[in-house]
Write a new protein. Structure first.
Length: 213
């Protein structure tokens, strides 16, 4: 199966943008000396990859009912809006924290949207039992939070007919690498250092939006 250079570049941009949050999450865990075992890393990457693929399949299915021009506009709009949101990531996560902050220990709930939003804003809160080890079950909540962007981006990419197999494969690789790298960097730095790189993902999404035009 051959891919053009443009297809590979766009797929790499998209998966790289989505993996930035995974790296920031890994960094947050690393600075707090919370371990992410191989099983948890696999859980996160698989869920994120499957959610992204499902969103792309949905967009790809609807693509047959709308014109190519409309699909391009929708894809551009989704990527641009999400890119702008990611550029102002700190502001939006501050809003989530004010309205959704955890004041006490939370019992794990897979479909607790309030909890998932809190994990989105504060990845380290997924360690609900404070064991300093992210279990595979706790990793599910983190994966769902990290998948929020992928659902929107994947749907838009599917509408534009981007290659599902290539993007899903790259997503699995980049997410796993991002978590491991972020966690390793976090462990080597002081615990009080805060790092917000989500704006990089936002910039990449905006660039990709204009590429889709």
């Amino acid at each position: 199966m051959g891919f053009s250079t443009a297809t590979i570049i766009q797929a790499f941009f998209l998966t790289l943008a989505l993996s930035i949050d995974a790296m920031v999450s890994g960094f947050a865990y690393g600075t707090r000396q919370i371990k992410i075992p191989a099983g948890s890393t696999i859980t996160i990457t698989m869920i994120c990859g499957l959610m992204l693929a499902a969103a792309m399949l949905s967009g790809n299915y609807l693509n047959q009912f709308i014109s190519e021009k409309v699909a391009a506009i929708i894809c551009f709009t989704i990527l641009l809006i999400l890119g702008i949101i990611k550029l102002f990531d700190t502001f939006f996560k501050t809003v989530i924290n004010k309205n959704n902050g955890i004041k006490k220990r939370i019992n794990f709930s897979l479909f607790n949207i309030r909890f998932i939003l809190n994990i989105y804003a504060n990845p380290e809160h997924a360690d609900t039992d404070y064991s300093h080890v992210l279990s595979p079950l706790e990793a599910v909540s983190l994966a769902l939070a990290l998948s929020l962007d992928g659902l929107a981006v994947g749907f838009g990419a599917g509408l534009k007919g981007m290659n599902i197999f290539l993007i899903t494969l790259l997503s699995l690789i980049t997410n796993a690498a991002a978590i491991l790298i972020g966690c390793q960097i976090g462990r080597t730095l002081a615990k009080k250092i805060h790092c917000n790189l989500s704006w990089i993902g936002g910039l990449l999404l905006i660039i990709l939006a204009f590429m889709k035009l």
